[in-house]
Design a protein around this ligand. Sequence first.
Ligand SMILES: Cc1cc2nc3c(=O)[nH]c(=O)nc-3n(C[C@H](O)[C@H](O)[C@H](O)COP(=O)(O)O)c2cc1C
Length: 319
Amino acid sequence: MAPDLRTRLGNVELPNPILTASGCASSGRELAQFVDVSKIGAIVTKSVMLAPRAGRPTPRMAETSSGMLNSIGLQGPGIDAFLQRDLPWLLSRGARAVVSIAGSTVDEYAELAARLSDAAGVTALEVNISCPNVEHRGQVFACDPVDAGAVIEAVRARTRYDVPVFAKLSPDVTDIVAIARACVAAGADGLSMINTLLGMVIDTDAVRPALAGMTGGLSGPAIRPVAVRCIWQVKQALPDVPIIGMGGVMTGRDALELMLAGASMVSVGTAVFHDPSACARILRELDDELARRGVERLSEVIGLAQEMRAAGRSMGAVK
Ligand SMILES: Cc1cc2nc3c(=O)[nH]c(=O)nc-3n(C[C@H](O)[C@H](O)[C@H](O)COP(=O)(O)O)c2cc1C
């Protein structure tokens, strides 16, 4: 029998745990020619801001060993266009829409939450707090427990009670558990991790930074061990809080790794750039990985590596 892949996004049930990662599939439209967007657990949109934004100057992508660096910035059409055009399209295709929001002040996040709460059909909000706080000398919200908590508290207060709010955490902190605790105390129903790591590439021929914006976010397989570590630490500290894991997932086995650490769902980002059907493929591969291990329900493997370690046990190789 095929394993039961249903999973819970807060109080919402998803048919399977494979999601797109914010910023890597826009609002899902570009993927539709490669995958049936209604068959993916959910589409997580590019972070939406209040006003339209052009993003950062080019070049803003650079390849690195086992990953890529991007400095796209929060380019997008703004909330009005999103509500008029993108959300209705996702709903018309039967997709579940997890809307990522981003702002420069606590009030901007709160207003976005209120606008999206008024719109029907939003499955959940993912709050991208890896943005500079203009009211706090540009300090990134996700790097400060008080600022991170303030955003989540404001968003939770303005979001309809039945729409789960997930806080998306940055790995660029000394203690990710402290930020996770602050977000949960402020009302987050779940946590998404990890966002990209801040990096830099220098073009050794041109002898200048490869990105016009100098620094950018590192993603792809290079960051998967960091994602596994963050998920492990947060799951250990907050075992009942659902986690959307992401970071370098290229195969079903990679998705399983994040789930064994404690993720209940997995978002796929960088993999989509060279394989637009990656979400559907990874879902098939995950199904196969679970079937070969005789797993009947996905819930059996979430955080299993933590339980096995606590019990001092391990399993044999899987053929
Ligand atoms: C080109 C690009 C754009 C991204 N844009 C966003 C974004 O708008 N909001 C956000 O929360 N994360 C954004 N991310 C981060 C991803 O959602 C994800 O957290 C990260 O890339 C790690 O997953 P991956 O290794 O599978 O790509 C972006 C990543 C990439 C590569």
